[in-house]
Ligand binder design. Structure first.
Ligand SMILES: *Cc1c(COP(=O)(O)O)cnc(C)c1O
Length: 386
């Protein structure tokens, strides 16, 4: 099956009289009449569920669906993207080691590494992963590499294929946060990546109404992550799993529209008054253009950013004038939203660090929604007009 069809059907097998939409199964516990039967289910030798922290029908459907879409053997769904990331790191490197991470890392991930992993003895090195010489150098003595398919907020695209080759040669596992691209636009495991994580809060769910995470990879690593998630109590609840799976069904059509709308808005913004620079992976002016063209042949999703002359007051003026877009500190929903990295995703790092990353007081990140593209362009045109 092609990816669009998989998105509609993955994770379920229907038989005669099956409900076409999955039932919601909120049960915390299942009853058994046979001790040996319970024992076999608890050992994982027979299918079925016994206690909700260990497994649940809705969570299992979502895990299978995301694994199938990413081309992975197995998946583990967690209560948030951060729980997924934490679980993935501990499954890959349970003991302190050196972690190489992309310089433009998602703020929550950077905070997790600095505030939870560093005090536990891990050494974290932030490297510009679009610079392959720096990657090669950084890999010496490293125990794990963490990258994002598309970086936040300036939408750089590291060459995952080249990094995966270098990492594999040195036996270093490679973890990729594929939240911004989704498996409909990029499948990092096909490029040689070890484990993929998602904040399903964003595009997989797609409707800004749930918080969830998923990791996918080989059966052994996922088994380790699943067991720890059960022990530490981070699994995803049934209703959020049900919602995420429901969101997944329309992923292909949403990602196409997000991709078309974001590129159209990025192009239009290049000539809007007060706009100094537009960041989108598939604009010819992007430093990542050729890598993005190769790794994201179906489009780059809905994320883009721009730098506005006049800094914070110009951004404030624009927000007040929007009629369609809203300011909200998340992304990946059907609605067009903007975020202001200086006080949202990048608030925990110093101004000097922000400047080094290219994030200034005029930098605005846009999560372009699936409204009519002309309406979105008209809204930004009006909000930025003199
Ligand atoms: C939102 C996000 C996360 C964290 O996910 P939560 O679901 O908020 O815990 C991690 N990585 C990226 C790229 C994100 O956008």
């Amino acid at each position: 099956m092609k990816p669009a069809s998989r998105a509609v059907h993955a994770g379920r097998e229907l038989g005669a009289r099956s409900p076409l939409a999955p039932d919601l199964s909120p049960a915390a516990v299942h009853v058994f009449t046979d001790l040996a039967d319970y024992d076999a289910v608890a050992r994982g030798e027979k299918p079925g569920h016994y206690y909700g922290r260990n497994s649940n029908a809705n969570r299992e459907m979502l895990e299978r669906a995301v694994a199938e879409l990413e081309g992975a053997e197995a998946g583990v769904a967690t209560a948030s993207g951060m729980a997924a990331l934490h679980g993935a790191i501990l499954a890959l490197v349970p003991r302190p080691t050196t972690v190489i991470a992309t310089r433009e890392l998602y703020g929550g991930t950077a905070a997790l590494l600095r505030q939870d992993f560093e005090p536990a003895g891990y050494e974290v090195r932030f490297v510009d992963l679009t610079d392959l010489d720096a990657v090669s150098h950084g890999l010496q003595g490293a125990g794990l590499v963490i990258a994002e398919t598309i970086t936040n907020p300036l939408c750089g695209v590291p060459d995952l294929e080249a990094i995966a080759t270098m990492a594999r040669e040195r036996g270093v596992p490679f973890l990729v946060d594929n939240t911004f691209a989704t498996p409909l636009l990029c499948r990092p495991l096909d490029l040689g990546v070890t484990v993929v994580m998602h904040s399903a809060t964003k595009y997989l769910g797609g409707h800004s109404d749930l918080v969830a995470g998923v990791i996918v990879g080989d059966t052994k690593t996922m088994g380790v992550a699943r067991a720890r998630s059960a022990r530490t109590g981070t699994p995803l609840g049934p209703f959020d799993a049900w919602l995420a799976l429901r969101g997944l069904r329309t992923l292909d059509v949403r990602m196409r529209r997000h991709s078309d709308n974001s590129l159209a808005l990025a192009r239009a913004m290049q000539s809007m008054p007060g706009v100094q620079r537009v960041h989108h992976p598939l604009l010819e002016t992007s430093p990542s253009f050729s890598v993005a063209h190769r790794l994201l042949p179906r489009g780059a999703g809905g994320m883009m950013a721009f730098d506005l002359e006049g800094g914070r007051s110009a951004v404030q003026r624009m927000i007040k004038r929007f009629q369609l877009a809203t300011f909200a500190a998340s992304l990946g929903g059907v609605e067009t939203t903007i975020s202001y990295p200086e006080i949202t995703s990048h608030r925990s790092i110093s101004q000097a660090e922000r400047t080094e990353l290219g994030v200034g007081p005029g930098t605005v990140r846009v999560s372009v929604g699936i409204e009519d593209g002309a309406d979105i362009i008209a809204d930004f045109t009006h909000a930025l007009s003199e």
